[in-house]
Design a protein around this ligand. Structure first.
Ligand SMILES: NC(=O)c1ccc[n+]([C@@H]2O[C@H](COP(=O)([O-])OP(=O)(O)OC[C@H]3O[C@@H](n4cnc5c(N)ncnc54)[C@H](OP(=O)(O)O)[C@@H]3O)[C@@H](O)[C@H]2O)c1
Length: 173
């Protein structure tokens, strides 16, 4: 997820210009298109809530032919071959259906589905990128309260464009 400094992941009007880099942080790194492509290639499957799906369709599909599971209770018209719709138990989806087929499963969002995954203990990593901007309004990162959970910091990457990526792993007892 990409969050503003004040904890929003989307503006009310769904505009995305705030996600473009602006500031220049000299000590930061930048990644090449090849590195970005290799990272994306390492993702075996995407999972997202239906509102994130709708927004991705509006913006222009960025997921290529990688399998995408859209979590929804609604009926949707047939979509591209790589997209499937799911409305059952989320633990069964992740631990049974997807774990049997894929290794690197990326939960795209949004706020509602991420909160549900965290409540159910279905995420083993959190990748949170902070954008160098205060938005002042919009959709909160996790769309409601969560119970306290500790996470271990695994990596921090600062980028030239002022974005900072934080990688956390779930604490396993
Ligand atoms: N900044 C970022 O990194 C980032 C990342 C991802 C998304 N976003 C943004 O976040 C916004 C969308 O987030 P959101 O929180 O409003 O919505 P969302 O999580 O994308 O989707 C919510 C929908 O998912 C379905 N859903 C959620 N939990 C479910 C469950 N347990 N069982 C069945 N269906 C379930 C429901 O669909 P139905 O109503 O169809 O039943 C629900 O209305 C968009 O603006 C998107 O662009 C930002």
């Amino acid at each position: 997820m990409v969050s503003s400094l004040d904890g929003f992941i989307a503006k009310s009007d769904n505009s995305v210009s705030w996600l473009e880099g602006g500031s220049v942080y000299d000590a930061g790194i930048s990644i090449s298109e090849e590195e970005a492509a290799a990272f994306v290639k390492s993702i075996d499957c995407y999972v997202m809530g239906s509102r994130t799906y709708e927004h991705a369709l509006e913006l222009g599909w960025p997921y290529g032919d990688t399998p995408v599971i859209v979590v929804t209770r609604r009926k949707w018209p047939a979509a591209r071959k790589s997209v499937g719709f799911y409305s059952g138990d989320l633990k069964t989806l992740v631990d049974v259906d997807l774990a049997a087929q894929y290794r690197n499963i990326w939960l795209v969002g949004g706020a509602m589905l991420c909160r549900r995954f965290l409540e159910l203990g279905l995420a083993d990593e959190i990748r949170l990128t902070l954008a160098p901007v205060l938005l002042g309004e919009g959709l909160r990162l996790f769309d409601g309260p969560l119970t306290e959970q500790r996470w271990n910091l695994k990596n921090v990457v600062a980028y030239k464009n002022g974005f900072v990526e934080l990688l956390y792993a779930a604490v396993t007892e």
